[in-house]
Ligand binder design. Structure first.
Ligand SMILES: Cc1cc2nc3c(=O)[nH]c(=O)nc-3n(C[C@H](O)[C@H](O)[C@H](O)COP(=O)(O)OP(=O)(O)OC[C@H]3O[C@@H](n4cnc5c(N)ncnc54)[C@H](O)[C@@H]3O)c2cc1C
Length: 392
């Protein structure tokens, strides 16, 4: 079957394709042989992070001043497609969150000192990032965040209950959002501040949350009780957290969308091999016209959404505030990947319902991607608002 990730794209040059082949070799040698075990154990070992870092893969998009590669964004597109292509959802999100979500706040708004203390070691794989925004009563609606930080001399004292933190089980630091306005009122977006909290700080407690999705990312709930955080750990200006989240969200959504394309391509690949191996009446499942048409439809969806994701990446590279393009790419790519996973599960017959079967995990992982980093309904709200509401 055609490999959707090998199709020509107007945005990719021979340099990107050469990079793809080196990334594929890296995944084949350093990730694929071990990743099933990482998913089973719900953790990626430090040696794996160092292997990614040694290839420069944790800092493709970060500046050379912190050890990053500072490459054009389509190197990241290729990397994220291939990361999704491994088929290991936990590894995909652990690495994507670290390289494109948690650390991006430090890259865009962190002081030079914060960048040297946290971003440089993160690019080197010595420190792992977590992003702790969601709370029990605040997911889609960030206006409901309740975490607070109160000034005390040259420190801020943080009280927070954070949920669903990717890399939570092994992250060394958390980029988190707290209220710092005078009244610390709920629903005021202007009072949010972002800061870095060390995992080892007194008052930080991490509990695994046993998510059925993205297992190797060691998702956890994190509570912070009376945690003293130095003022220098504030990212950007105080009370600018909401604006920073809105800006960085575009990269987060784009990374989720692009890696979903790779995930869907892998799912089709695995399923096609299964269909070819499954003897059925006088031939194999892959020879049945109904099955072939189903696979053709899914392949066409993946090709189409890949071009949408590339277009969004191109828009993002020109303007990091390409909210509509990034939201469309996140919405459509994660929804297509979910549909592909569900249809492919169906084609696996009863094997698609055996606990521990890879296709079952793929369905969980693909479904979770339609919720994390902004649920599909939230993406639709953004798209309709930017697409129609300004019309008379
Ligand atoms: C696998 C996974 C990983 C995650 N990783 C992180 C992380 O690393 N850090 C972090 O801070 N958070 C993380 N999250 C949390 C994630 O950001 C939230 O789950 C997401 O924002 C949705 O919030 P919620 O779960 O509270 O759902 P809610 O906000 O309660 O929404 C529930 C459902 O309601 C629907 N809905 C929501 N808004 C609307 C609307 N406007 N109109 C109509 N329907 C709507 C959607 O179907 C949604 O799924 C993760 C979540 C998942 C599933």
């Amino acid at each position: 079957m055609t490999d959707p990730l090998s199709s020509p794209s107007p945005h990719l040059t021979p340099v990107h394709e050469e990079f793809r082949s080196s990334v594929r070799t890296f995944f084949r040698k350093e990730v694929v042989p071990y990743a099933a075990e990482w998913e089973r154990r719900r953790a990626m070992p430090r040696s794996a992070w160092h292997a990614f870092a040694a290839e420069g893969l944790l800092g493709l998009n970060h500046p050379t001043s912190v050890g990053g590669a500072g490459l054009d964004f389509f190197h990241s597109v290729v990397f994220l497609e291939e990361l999704g292509r491994t088929g290991f959802g936990g590894v995909r999100f652990a690495v994507a969150l670290h390289a494109y979500m948690g650390t991006s706040y430090l890259a865009t708004n962190g002081s030079a000192e914060l960048q040297q203390r946290y971003l440089r070691p993160a690019v080197a794989g010595d420190l792992i990032a977590g992003l702790a925004i969601t709370e029990p009563q605040a997911g889609s609606d960030l206006g409901r965040l309740e975490a607070t930080a109160v000034e005390d001399g040259d420190h801020l004292v943080v009280d927070a209950e954070k949920r669903f933190v990717v890399n939570g089980g092994f992250a060394d630091f958390f980029v988190t959002a707290v209220r710092t306005g005078p009244g610390r009122r709920r629903s005021s977006q202007g009072e949010l501040t972002l800061l870095v909290v060390d995992r080892t700080a007194e008052g930080v407690h991490v509990r695994p949350n046993d998510s059925i999705a993205w297992r190797a990312s060691a998702m956890a709930d994190v509570s912070m009780r009376g945690v003293r955080v130095p003022r220098e750990n504030v990212i950007g200006r105080r009370n600018s957290g909401f604006v920073q989240i809105m800006k960085n969200m575009q990269l987060e959504r784009l990374a989720a969308g692009i890696s979903a394309v790779g995930d869907a391509a892998n799912c089709l690949d695995v399923t096609w091999r299964y269909l070819k191996s499954r003897a059925m009446f006088e031939s194999t499942l892959s020879a049945k016209q109904a099955v072939r048409h189903k696979m053709a439809d899914l392949l066409t969806e993946v090709e189409a959404v890949r071009l949408l994701a590339h277009h969004a990446a191109w828009s993002y590279a020109r303007d990091p505030l390409s909210i509509t393009a990034c939201s469309m790419a996140k919405l459509k790519a994660t929804e297509v990947a979910r549909t592909v996973a569900e249809e492919c599960r169906h084609l696996h017959g009863s094997e698609g319902f055996r606990e521990g079967a890879p296709i079952v995990q793929t369905v969980h992982d693909a479904q979770a991607a339609t919720v994390a980093a902004g649920a599909s309904e939230v993406m639709r709200d953004i798209v309709v608002q930017s697409g129609y509401e300004e019309l008379p």
